[in-house]
Design a protein around this ligand. Structure first.
Ligand code: ATP
Length: 368
């Protein structure tokens, strides 16, 4: 089946006075795995349910391949849905759970069998056809839910936090399987999660949502490496923030010189001419601890104190404090030993200017 595109055009959905989805627009390409990511309550599920037809929007349009589908009830929209709670029938076998939608559509017994067995094989449940849900693990139950959604050959597959009830290791296994399946079927998928690592791992593109709106939309790489505001930088992974005075701004070239602990560095950013302070954001993994300050190097060096050390198995997370009291984190990937860093000891921290992202200092505009 050819995959289709989805367009959400200026859609709002209110609960009383609350805009759970607030004038939101986005376009999903055919065959794309598109993720709605954001903290609890930001409106992800409401948007997904509006696309599915479980809610009707207060304004705006939803189109599948340029065709407006707003007036269609959920079962006529040709979408498949997978929920966090699996929502499979406890009294039916794996086979009958998956066949249920086909029976309802009047598909012949022979075709039912062929399609159910194919779906079972795609989600790797072959041999478990006769089991009841209470004889399956959580991961297997979710595979039944996925098979039940794909067997009706929907044009769009909608998944609402499908892995949240599974343990951490299984979540990673299942997300690989879901991605593989989505690519194999070439189906357009809208995936809701609050787990940023899951979103980065699984998606072609991500919309980071905040209070019913899109804060940023882009590929996982863009969202992680070029966040457009500090909230996105902090929500996606961990970011360290330092407030730095501005030395000069070249608006034509979108270049800015900032003073980072006494070292002046140039970076690109979209700012206003009157900006006096900025927030410089640096990821923990972009920072390292060096033995000696290297003043001739292009890199930025500054002195800090170790506050705490967390052992993560694959690495170390050092919490440090700058001399002016800003706490930040340094990620060390392959530590040779753990006792190199002692709380209270002085360290020299280094990073490359390329690893800085600069944002306007919002507190500065509030002051004005
Ligand atoms: P979570 O990750 O916790 O599921 P979410 O991002 O999916 O959160 P939504 O469930 O879409 O968020 O909720 C968005 C906002 O709308 C929240 O403030 C929520 O309290 C509110 N809301 C959601 N459903 C209803 C409802 N049926 N009636 C009233 N308010 C609702």
């Amino acid at each position: 089946m050819a995959s289709i595109g989805v367009k959400v055009d200026n859609v709002s959905k209110y609960f009383g006075n609350l805009a759970a989805v607030d004038n939101l627009s986005l376009e999903i390409k055919p065959g794309e795995l598109f993720t709605l990511l954001g903290p609890s309550g930001c409106g992800k599920t409401t948007l997904l349910r509006t696309i599915a037809g479980f809610y009707y929007q207060d304004n705006g349009q939803i189109l599948f391949d340029e065709k407006q589908i707003d007036l269609l009830p959920p079962h006529k929209r040709n979408t498949g849905m997978v929920f966090q709670s699996y929502a499979i029938f406890p009294f039916l076998s794996v086979y009958d759970n998956i066949a249920y939608g086909l029976k309802a559509h009047g598909v012949s017994k022979a075709e039912q069998k062929e399609r159910v067995m194919e779906a079972i094989s795609l989600v790797r449940l072959t041999g478990l056809e006769k089991r009841r849900p209470n004889q399956l693990s959580g991961g297997q139950q979710q595979r039944v839910a996925v098979a039940r959604a794909i067997v009706i050959e929907p044009q769009v597959l909608l998944m609402d936090e499908p892995l949240s009830n599974l343990d951490a290791k299984l979540r990673v296994e299942m997300r690989v399987d879901i991605r593989r399946l989505q690519k194999k079927l070439g189906i357009t998928m809208i995936y809701v999660t609050h787990d940023q690592e899951e979103a980065l791992a699984i998606s072609d593109r991500i919309a980071v949502m905040s209070t019913g709106r899109i804060a940023q939309m882009g590929s996982p790489w863009e969202i992680y490496h070029n966040p457009t505001d500090p909230h996105v930088a902090n929500f996606i992974g961990v970011s360290n923030f330092f407030v730095c005075p501005v030395k000069s701004i070249d608006l034509d070239k979108q270049k800015i010189e900032i003073d980072f602990y006494g070292k002046v560095l140039t970076t690109s950013s979209l700012l206003k001419a009157e900006t006096k302070k900025v927030i410089a954001s640096v990821r923990p993994e972009a920072m390292s601890i060096v033995k000696q300050e290297n003043t001739s190097s292009e890199k930025i060096n500054f002195i800090a104190k170790v506050v705490d050390i967390t052992y993560l198995g694959s690495g170390l997370r050092v919490t440090a404090s700058s001399l002016d009291g800003v706490d930040f984190q340094i990620q060390i990937s392959h530590p040779k030993q753990i006792d190199n860093f002692v709380s209270g000891s002085e360290i020299i921290v280094e990073f490359s200017p390329d690893d800085i992202t600069v944002f306007p200092d919002e507190s500065e505009s509030n002051e004005n």
